[in-house]
Write a protein that binds this ligand. Structure first.
Ligand SMILES: [Zn+2]
Length: 336
């Protein structure tokens, strides 16, 4: 500890710098006597403080491949057990800005799979994560939006239309990260993103935490849309990951307004991390010395066998191609 203390003394102003023997900053003749050195240490001993370096540059040295994220904005829609840890990972990774969208309050019983426990109880998810990010990751800007997409609106007290509100939230973003696991929201947001040339990533867990899916939709000449992906999943050309039986996987605990699902937090994190990785990879495309590109659009994750037995995590990857049954025009941006 003494050695640390002495080293720290050299960071102090007021003549303490270089006063110690062996610093190499002062010639031997000019160095103060041993007694003066000891007096200086006593004098400044109460002010010793270790200096840390934490500018964006210092943080960036640890994650050099993520440098493109310093210019990117992501909307994270749905801040449950998939979206909340993903938002925190995005902030850790140095994202420029996050738009955090969720109308819901934190139910303390969800502490079993939400990144913050009982102290989050009763807070709006978006506002709470905004506070966490503002405090712990100050180089990432964030904005909370207490918005439920598809809500029933009160025109007198809330004159802004849903579409206007959504446009305001999503204006200027680089990627939509949809962790609502709601089919209607997925359909709407992916269709919103397509003509605007914005990448969309959706993710969802399977009942019981037996697996999950991450999928990327974006307007490219051979790529399918969200409906194409649904057709592929329904028809088995992209096989679904396993899911617990409905009577095991669905629950509606006392006091919970909406039915929820069973599944452990650590299993859900596997899905969130796969989604985060695909999002970061997508945002880094086209940048030099950046995180590698993903050659797939969908990842289906198996954490259990079809009978519920534990298996090592398996990641199957797929391209999302156009499906012949899909009625959408798939017009590329600028071609409508
Ligand atoms: Zn389609």
């Amino acid at each position: 500890m003494e050695a640390v203390g002495l080293r720290m003394a050299f960071r102090l102003p007021l003549g303490a710098i270089g006063i110690m023997e062996g610093t190499g900053q002062m010639s031997k003749e000019k160095r103060p006597s041993k007694s003066r050195q000891e007096e200086a240490v006593r004098k400044f001993a109460g002010y010793l403080a270790r200096a840390y370096y934490a500018s964006p540059q210092e943080l960036g040295q640890r994650i050099p491949e993520l440098h493109p994220l310093r210019g990117k904005t992501v909307a994270v829609v749905g801040l449950g057990c998939l979206g909340a840890p993903s938002a925190i990972e995005f902030a850790k990774a140095g994202m420029k800005e996050l738009r955090l969208v969720d109308h819901d309050l934190v139910d303390p019983a969800t502490a079993v799979r939400w990144p913050i426990g009982f102290r989050a109880a009763g807070h709006n998810k978006a506002h709470l994560l905004h506070e966490v990010i503002r405090r712990d990751y100050p180089y990432t800007a964030s904005q909370p939006f207490d918005l439920r997409i598809g809500r029933v609106r009160h025109p007198e007290s809330d004159p802004e239309s849903d579409l206007t509100a959504i446009e305001r939230v999503l204006n200027g973003i680089d990627l939509i990260y949809d962790s609502t696991a709601e089919l209607g929201v997925q359909h709407f947001l992916s269709d919103w993103a397509w003509p605007r040339g914005i990448a969309y990533i959706g993710l969802t867990g399977r009942l019981g935490g037996w697996g999950g899916k991450v999928f990327r939709i974006r307007p490219r000449s051979d790529n399918g849309c969200w409906l194409c992906y649904r057709w592929h999943c329904e028809q088995g050309t992209i096989p679904e990951p396993p899911s617990a039986p409905d009577d095991e996987g669905n629950v509606q605990p006392t006091g919970c307004a909406d039915p929820t699902f069973t599944g452990a937090g650590f299993d859900m994190l596997e899905i969130a991390l796969a989604g985060t990785r695909l999002a970061v990879s997508t945002l880094c495309e086209g940048h030099a010395d950046a995180y590698p590109e993903s050659e797939w659009d969908a990842i289906h994750i198996r954490l259990r066998g079809d009978d519920g037995s534990l298996v090592p995590p398996e990641y199957a990857t797929y391209q999302i191609t156009r499906h012949k049954e899909c009625p959408n025009s798939h017009a590329l941006p600028g071609q409508q």
